[in-house]
Design a protein around this ligand. Structure first.
Ligand code: FAD
Length: 396
């Protein structure tokens, strides 16, 4: 009789997705998982309750040493890693907290990516090495108080004054704003939308933190205030002309979210599984009831489908074949399903589900931000709807 060569069932990887990863991919994942276990998990519940990440600059430097900042970029101290490896890092970081993944996404995929893709050689030399090392934190200012999903209406204006630029306006909901040493700010000009690299110690620039958040509390979110901020001519990103430039950065960051959201979902499923095995009602563990098993099975199905989707998109990005509509597909599905997984986990934990003694409510609340930022789920439906029908429904 032929021997059975099938590997045993692995509850942590029921589809055997690990077989699709290289040894290097798994090593990168393990390094970041260990780091998050040591440096984030023991403290993050307290940071969340306090709404402060006290050692954020030190964390940024450590993430820099791990090569996690601007990870897929080349030169200037960046790791030049594959998109799949970057995705695995996002997943592991978000398994700890979406706020820590947001720090890395905004630093690497938004601020550094914008300078790397659209900056002058001088801008790259000046900023990228210290950003890759986590010595300088960056932020990315596109959203305004009155212009979120439709940034084309932005009011922040950059006016030429001799050789200088003078910026006036407000940006809102800017991740990393108050701790940033450099801000990539998008502004309307007489030549269309342009990007500016703004050292945050420039007179007229301030970044007051936004308080009273009910989500992403282990993340710095700020307003950017630009009052007659005078910048030299070479502060403008020379290659960035029009709204397509910031949108291309967002597409890169959204790709990381496709992976990251599955990290939050994984933690919630793991927590619900552990709870369902030990908590007894009606004389049996919760996990022995069919209704609970139905929930757990559906959560596992959506989690691992989401990881497969993320891996598929990562392979396409590495092959230079990933389209923005495909990123929308991934962000729409994975964040929506991750949120559903977290909500279902919360029901399995009963009253404990609402306690910050467990990570579920924190992840669930975080994902409400993740559903909204980098293009709301509705915007991604509209992107896909347009691609499917050929009809643009953005304006009703
Ligand atoms: P709105 O655009 O006012 O939308 C409100 C609702 O209306 C949404 O449900 C939306 O989908 C819906 N809607 C809008 N238009 C349509 C339409 N045509 N059809 C159907 N429905 C529609 N921005 C940055 O620039 N940089 C950052 O670092 C950053 N970090 C963030 C961090 C956090 C924690 C949060 C919450 C947000 C962050 N943002 C950042 C802002 C984020 O990108 C915006 O909140 C998002 O784009 C939505 O904009 P809005 O909040 O103004 O909502």
């Amino acid at each position: 009789m032929a021997t059975d060569t099938k590997p045993p069932f692995d509850a942590a990887d029921p589809l055997g997705i690990d077989d699709l990863l290289s040894d290097d991919d798994r090593a990168v994942r393990l390094t970041v998982r260990h780091w998050a276990h040591e440096r984030v998990l023991p403290y993050v519940a307290e940071w969340y309750e306090e709404g402060e990440v006290p050692g954020i600059r030190e964390l940024a430097r450590e993430l820099g040493s791990l090569g996690a900042l601007g990870m897929t970029l080349t030169d200037y101290g960046c790791a030049g890693a594959s998109a799949v490896q970057y995705g695995l890092v996002c997943l592991e970081l978000e398994a700890a907290d979406s706020g820590i993944r947001s720090l890395v996404s905004v630093q690497g995929s938004l601020a550094m990516y914008a300078i790397h893709r659209y900056g002058s050689p001088g801008q790259k030399e000046r900023w990228l090495p210290s950003m890759a090392a986590g010595e300088t934190i960056g932020c990315f200012g596109l959203t305004e108080p009155d212009h979120g999903s439709d940034p084309a209406g932005m009011r922040t204006f950059a006016k030429r004054d001799g050789a200088d630029w003078v910026l006036n306006g407000r940006k809102m909901w800017i991740t990393n704003g108050s701790v940033a040493g450099v801000a990539v700010v998008w502004a309307r000009t007489d030549e269309g939308v342009r990007g500016f690299v703004v050292p945050t110690d420039t007179p007229g620039f301030s970044a007051p933190p936004i308080r009273h958040k009910g989500s992403l509390r282990a993340s710095v979110t700020s307003e950017l205030v630009l009052d007659d901020v005078r910048l030299p001519a070479d502060a403008a990103l020379p290659e960035a002309r029009g709204l397509g430039a910031p949108l291309s950065c967002l597409s890169h960051a959204r790709y990381g979210i496709v992976w990251g959201a599955m990290g939050a979902a994984r933690t919630c499923l793991d927590t619900a599984l552990a709870y369902a095995r030990t908590r007894e009602q009606f004389g049996k563990p919760l996990g022995a009831f069919q209704l609970t098993q139905g929930k757990l099975a559906d959560m596992a199905v959506e989690l691992h489908k989401g990881v497969l989707l993320a891996l598929h998109l990562g392979r396409r990005l590495d092959a230079g074949r990933l389209r923005p509509e495909q990123v929308s597909f991934g962000k729409l599905n994975n964040v929506r399903e991750a949120l559903e997984i977290c909500r279902t986990a919360r029901t399995i934990l009963g009253a404990n589900g609402i306690s910050f003694e467990y990570p579920v409510m924190r992840h669930m609340a975080n994902l409400e931000s993740v559903l909204t930022y980098e293009g709301t789920s509705e915007m991604h439906q509209l992107v896909l709807g347009k691609a499917l029908t050929g009809l643009d429904a953005f304006r009703g």
